[in-house]
Design a protein. Structure first.
Length: 561
């Protein structure tokens, strides 16, 4: 038990901490906190919650994640994509009741934390691999467009009633004549300011500049008196422990959102942790990272927050500020706690359209057009997949869209495995070795023998295709085939359906006087063949460790005849 305690990341951090790191971590922690405050307030608004809940989620997320994580740089907290997902589910269920919305959002965090704990205990982080890069690109594009659409009404000062993407766009367009000029002018000006800062001073905290400038303008010109909506009074102090009370029916409706957020946390969180660990030359424990994210979400859900995950922007600020260890998260949390205790009254005059400008700017930059160009160049099918996922998100909503993306990824994977690449192997000139030389029209390896490579495990979806290809190659061979050699280096497994098809093929070829031999069968495949009962079809003279040995055996047999 003692050794386990000493291996606990926080214990190890304090045991190994070097004094010279302290000032760097303190400066980085304060920098992260200052940059974070405007964003997390905006993300709470996006999730359909009072602004203070964004501060609560950030406070608990950073504190707990910093204690459990092995990553020294990742900063966790509210995220735009996750906040939008939460808002898309919680908004319709809450019916405008802020307390119910907070309870539902907190329950999503608790469900997400529980799922992450389960994933960590089962070492099931691999499930996030089903969120392939095309799916993530499509999801983020669709989510970004929805994010922007949800903010248009606030930008123009128009109260909207629609929630879905296309009806909402139509409603905003129809009601443009009702726009509130001061709100629109301020919002548009802040968006332009953010974009100019991003272009000319990318390291400058643009959201903080918007935050401060809009507060000054609001106080000087009494924006609230001119009809510009402001945040108003916010609670002072720390969040209280609170178990969200919801029904089982609510939990059933919230579960898909929690599952989707869990997938995003695993894919983005572990990837970000690995990237910064590699850059700074240390290692992380992916399973421990899942535990840290699980604990952060459970704490957030129990203290009036909502789901949190790894933040790329805040993590980048941490790295740029010279942060050395997980203590940055704790210093940032302490700074945020001080803000909650003493400075939240300053937010009373903050215009809501300031948060809108931050969200619209973030949404615009979530749409990575260059990623689509890259996908189109590498794989048109992958680009089409990304577009389909984006369309699914726009048409069906955030949660159905991401689940559709996972299903489409699985279908795409199965379709590739069902019709994999294959090749008739040819001799590499002057070497006596046989490889795939990329000659699509190659019909035989040597006269009377075809060495064939199939680039996929054999299973139910491709068994018939495999048998058909073997028969086609035999029929198209320029000389009668006497040996058919299967190069099995890329076939690492075979299921019952494929085994039965292979057994029938062997019998059929035998009746035609064709010997079916196997070369380069790896250990997992050999064990599968033995387990399924196919071992009896092969014997020493038809089992080879390399293709060239099979060719030599065939040629010797031909000479002896």
């Amino acid at each position: 038990m003692k050794s386990e305690l000493l291996n606990f990341p926080a214990i190890r951090l304090f045991r190994e901490y070097q004094r010279q790191w302290l000032m760097s971590d303190l400066i980085a922690g304060i920098s992260v906190c200052v940059v974070m405050i405007p964003s997390v307030i905006a993300y709470a608004e996006l999730a359909g919650l009072p602004p203070v809940h964004g501060l609560y989620a950030a406070l608990l997320g950073m504190t707990v994640y910093g204690l459990f994580a092995t990553s020294r740089h990742v900063i966790t907290g509210p995220d735009a994509a996750m906040a939008l997902l939460i808002g898309s589910v919680v908004g319709p269920m809450a019916g405008g009741d802020p307390s119910r919305a907070a309870a539902l959002a907190a329950m999503i965090a608790l469900l997400c934390g529980g799922l992450l704990l389960l994933a960590a205990s089962l070492r099931a982080g691999v499930i996030a691999d089903f969120l392939s890069r095309p799916v993530m690109i499509g999801y983020l594009s669709g989510a970004a467009l929805i994010l922007i659409s949800t903010q248009l009404g606030k930008l123009f000062g128009i109260p909207t009633t629609e929630h879905n993407f296309f009806p909402l766009l139509v409603e905003v367009i129809r009601r443009l004549g009702e726009s509130h000029a001061p709100t629109l002018i301020l919002g548009a000006g802040l968006i332009v300011m953010l974009e100019l800062l991003r272009y000319f001073a990318p390291r400058f905290p643009g959201t903080l500049a918007v935050f401060i400038l809009s507060l000054i303008i609001s106080g000087l010109f009494d924006l609230a008196g001119h009809g510009v909506k402001v945040i108003g009074q916010m609670p002072v102090g720390f969040p209280a422990f609170h178990i969200p009370i919801v029904s089982m029916d609510d939990i059933h409706q919230l579960f898909p959102a929690a599952l989707s957020i869990m997938l995003l946390i695993i894919s983005d969180g572990v990837l970000l942790s690995r990237a910064f660990a590699a850059k700074n030359r240390y290692t992380i424990l992916p399973n421990q990272e899942l535990m840290a994210h699980a604990a952060a979400n459970l704490a957030s859900g129990l203290f009036q927050g909502f789901a949190v995950g790894a933040s790329q922007s805040r993590t980048t600020v941490n790295g740029a500020a010279g942060g050395k260890t997980q203590l940055v998260s704790l210093f940032a949390a302490v700074s945020l706690a001080a803000f909650l205790l003493f400075f939240t009254p300053l937010l009373r005059l903050l215009p809501i359209v300031a948060m809108t400008s931050i969200l619209i700017s973030a949404g615009v930059h979530l749409i990575e057009v260059h990623q689509y160009r890259s996908l189109l160049k590498m794989s048109p099918k992958a680009c089409l997949l990304a577009l389909l996922v984006a369309a699914g998100v726009l048409v069906d909503g955030i949660v159905p869209g991401i689940l559709i993306g996972v299903l489409v990824s699985l279908f795409y994977l199965l379709s590739r495995l069902a019709r994999p690449m294959d090749a008739v192997l040819q001799e590499v000139p002057g070497t006596g070795r046989y490889h795939d030389l990329g000659e699509v029209r190659a019909l035989q390896t040597v006269p009377g023998l075809i060495a064939y490579r199939f680039y996929s495990p054999l299973f139910f979806a491709n068994a018939e295709h495999f048998v058909r290809r073997v028969k086609e190659l035999i029929a198209d061979s320029p000389t009668p085939v006497r040996w058919f050699v299967l190069d099995m280096q890329a076939v690492w497994d075979i299921d019952v359906t494929a085994a039965e098809a292979l057994s029938l093929l062997i019998d059929e070829l035998r009746q035609q006087g064709i010997t079916l031999a196997i070369a380069r069968a790896n250990r997992p495949l050999r064990e599968s063949l033995e387990r399924i009962g196919l071992q009896e079809h092969f014997y020493e003279k038809t089992y080879f460790s390399a293709v060239h040995l099979a060719v030599e055996a065939f040629q010797q047999q031909s000479v002896s005849k």
